[in-house]
Design a protein around this ligand. Structure first.
Ligand SMILES: [Zn+2]
Length: 491
């Protein structure tokens, strides 16, 4: 109801003030950027593609459930890294943390500078072979320039481009002023990182490290047109949503399927799940999402959609409810930026086909805005579903602090993107998934998530799906980005 009146109020404001709002939008021009794209560095993209292919062929599936004994793959990856990046292994102090995670320390020449930390995870999700054009751990390199296989996007390509950039620098006799830590966890994918990132961060804390910045996966270069920006759009994750699971449980009279007495536990639970979908958490503007809207507003245009977005985002401060409403409807991604979301991921009922279960359960995976906490989520669900549905917390990881996007580290990262990519706009945003980065806050608040690859929607669907692949073009872009980024941020 509150939302309805908010939208109605904004609509009335719009009716009265639209000429002023239109002028505001028309005057909202992009900032002048003084960055020039740097020349293409000399890199051998075929060799990098071969390296990615070899890394993909090592099936480092996270060691959980039926893969709990998949230790050898991680040992093989460690050995392969040592063979493939000899200069790094010559110079760096290598630490194996908690058996499988890696932390390389490359000493810089200026001890007065705080270290820079670059993250990556070694593990990948499982990949049943069904539906793949090439076996998922074949690392097949195709004629049209793609490397296929699990991990080729998430995230061995990121790790390899980073290592290629450093290896090249060291091979040429170069060095970095800032100390560099390369931290490669081994259990990011199951969503815990309790064995990898957590231990690595503890190791760094024990060394008394305070970092200048941390860079991890998350965020990418996307086609800006879907948000009304007629350029490529580089999104830097400057925080990440909290996440967790809770269980809904309904207990009713069960029994033989031949004489059902409605409503059954399944029916009550089903109704509750449907109700939850129809009753989302309230939408909100966080400080960071306001910055995202401001940056996009300056750069929208060039089409009817671009015009609408420009008008709406420029006037977000005047029409906050209406613009939130547009975000809610525009796409699942924009909806996830303005509210805590719920997804029903697992269901349990009877164990036999002819049994009415005495209890039905559902797992709800939630992703929390930085302004919400678990108590808000639980309160909302209990209020909407009533006492018949029991709500139990299974796991909860709070959202991360928002990084300072006026800090030098952010400015240097932004500059690196402008210098690496043509025709691009950079904006910070709230990363809606989870990454290892959330464990590194004891070391710094300046934690940014960015993958230097250009992905369309089809590519994005391949991550964790079938036919995951990375193009040679993306490997070229990614390696160039890390060369530029390391110069700007560590020299
Ligand atoms: Zn990942």
């Amino acid at each position: 109801m509150k939302t309805f009146f908010g939208v109605l109020w904004d609509f009335l404001v719009l009716l009265i003030t639209w000429p002023i709002l239109l002028i505001r939008a028309l005057c909202n021009k992009p900032d002048k950027k003084d960055f020039a794209v740097v020349e293409e560095p000399e890199i051998d993209v075929d060799t990098i593609a071969q390296h990615l292919s070899e890394a993909v062929q090592i099936p480092t599936v996270s060691m959980v459930e039926e893969f709990v004994d998949n230790k050898q793959a991680f040992y093989d990856l460690h050995a392969w890294l040592e063979k493939t990046y000899p200069e790094i292994h010559k110079v760096a102090e290598k630490n194996v943390i908690n058996g499988f995670s890696l932390c390389y320390y490359i000493k810089g020449t200026d001890p007065s500078l705080k270290p820079g930390i670059f993250l990556s995870h070694q593990d990948v999700v499982p990949a049943p072979a069904d539906g793949w054009d090439y076996p998922p751990f074949s690392g097949k390199i195709t004629e049209d320039g793609f490397i296929y296989g699990r991990g080729s996007q998430d995230m061995k390509s990121h790790m390899i481009c980073l290592l290629e950039a450093i290896e090249k620098k060291l091979k040429e006799g170069g060095s970095y002023k800032r100390d560099i830590y390369l931290c490669f966890g081994h259990d990011e994918e199951p969503g815990t990182s309790f064995e990898g990132a957590k231990y690595i961060c503890q190791f760094l804390q024990n060394r008394g490290i305070k970092a200048e910045f941390v860079i991890d996966e998350g965020g990418a270069v996307v086609d800006g047109r879907m948000l009304g920006v007629p350029h490529s759009l580089a999104l830097i994750g400057a925080t990440e949503k909290g996440n967790g699971d809770l269980e809904l449980k309904v207990e009713r009279f069960g029994g033989h399927a031949s004489n059902p007495k409605p409503p059954t536990a399944d029916a009550v639970l089903g109704k509750a799940i449907y109700k939850l979908e129809k009753s989302p958490m309230p939408s909100k503007w966080t400080n960071l999402t306001k910055v995202t809207a401001k940056e996009l507003a300056k750069n929208c245009g060039g089409s009817a959609l671009g015009g609408v977005f420009k008008f709406a985002l420029t006037n977000r401060d005047v029409l906050p409810h209406l613009v939130k409403f547009v975000f809610t409807l525009a796409s699942p991604m924009t909806n996830a930026l303005v509210r805590t979301t719920f997804a029903t991921t697992m269901l349990w009922g009877a164990k036999a086909r002819n049994v009415i279960p005495g209890e039905a359960r559902a797992n709800i995976n939630y992703r929390m805005l930085t302004t919400d906490c678990y108590e808000d989520v639980e309160k909302h669900i209990k209020k909407k579903l009533g006492p018949e549905v029991q709500v139990t917390s299974i796991a909860n990881s709070p959202s991360s602090p928002e990084a300072d996007v006026t800090a030098q580290a952010y400015k240097n990262l932004e500059k690196s993107i402008y210098e690496s990519f043509d025709d691009i706009v950079v904006a910070p945003y709230m990363f809606i998934a989870a990454s290892d980065a959330r464990f590194y806050y004891p070391l710094t608040n300046d934690i940014f998530r960015f993958d230097p690859f250009l992905y369309d929607l089809e590519d994005q669907r391949r991550i964790h799906g079938i036919n995951e692949r990375c193009s040679k073009d993306n490997l070229r872009r990614g390696t160039k980005f890390f060369i530029v980024c390391l110069e700007n941020m560590c020299n």
